[in-house]
Design a protein around this ligand. Sequence first.
Ligand SMILES: Nc1ncnc2c1ncn2[C@@H]1O[C@H](COP(=O)(O)OP(=O)(O)OP(=O)(O)O)[C@@H](O)[C@H]1O
Ligand SMILES: [Mg+2]
Length: 253
Amino acid sequence: MRDYAVNTNDFSFWYGSFQALNGLTLNIPAGKITALIGPSGCGKSTFLKCLNRINERAGQVSHNGSMQVFGHDIYHPSVALPELRKQVGMVFQKPNPLPLSIFENVVFGVKTHMKKVTTAELNAMVESALTRVGLWEDLKDRLSKSALTLSLEKQQRLCIARLLPLKPKLLLLDEPCSALDPAGIEAIEGLIRDLKKDYSIIIVTHSMAQAKRVSDDTIFMYMGELVEVGTTKQVFESPKEPRTAAYIEGRFG
Ligand SMILES: Nc1ncnc2c1ncn2[C@@H]1O[C@H](COP(=O)(O)OP(=O)(O)OP(=O)(O)O)[C@@H](O)[C@H]1O
Ligand SMILES: [Mg+2]
């Protein structure tokens, strides 16, 4: 049987009385990079934030239908939110390291979630996470420097690194390159492709070129609805839905 990172069945979501997602049924394979595209306001970020339930911080929200992450119903009453949020890590548009040292950024989640962890364990976690995102050699001698002194690209790498000690399985990247220059974009895209070896990844992007460069599969949403899903090659080269074709050709959005 094929492994899925996400399965949703007729999933809808409301902020108060405003319906932001409308009856989404889709399956996102594990071990792949899936791009989520669609015009501004179509619900891309909302969908990501339903996957780790951080939407619930927005106040009065509700949902209908089911959403599973690696086969587990994440809206079941028995679900512990801290556990879910460890498993499903998220990176945002604007790099948002904490105003702390590089070291403390990487171990912040672990210190919050785990009671007993030794200094040696923390050191090992920092080396491993920074190595994984390609920052260790560069930063190992200045781990006590503020994370805010790093370039935006390195801040974004650090924001990915700080998820890793929590051993996530699914990484949600919400327009992770939109604050970066072309060299930074290329570097982060390289990192994303490399992370696919170990993680399932969903990336929201407004860049059609980026979706084509990094993703295996693509989901096109429009006004809270799922319009089309397929391999990235199929969606971009022979879209089935006229709205998908119009969007990827730049006729709207
Ligand atoms: N906290 C909130 N409360 C009320 N409505 C919200 C909230 N967050 C988002 N919305 C609304 O839900 C809809 C979907 O928003 P969302 O941010 O998910 O879109 P998006 O596809 O990520 O857009 P963009 O490409 O601009 O980031 C929009 O109409 C938005 O105004
Ligand atoms: Mg968004």
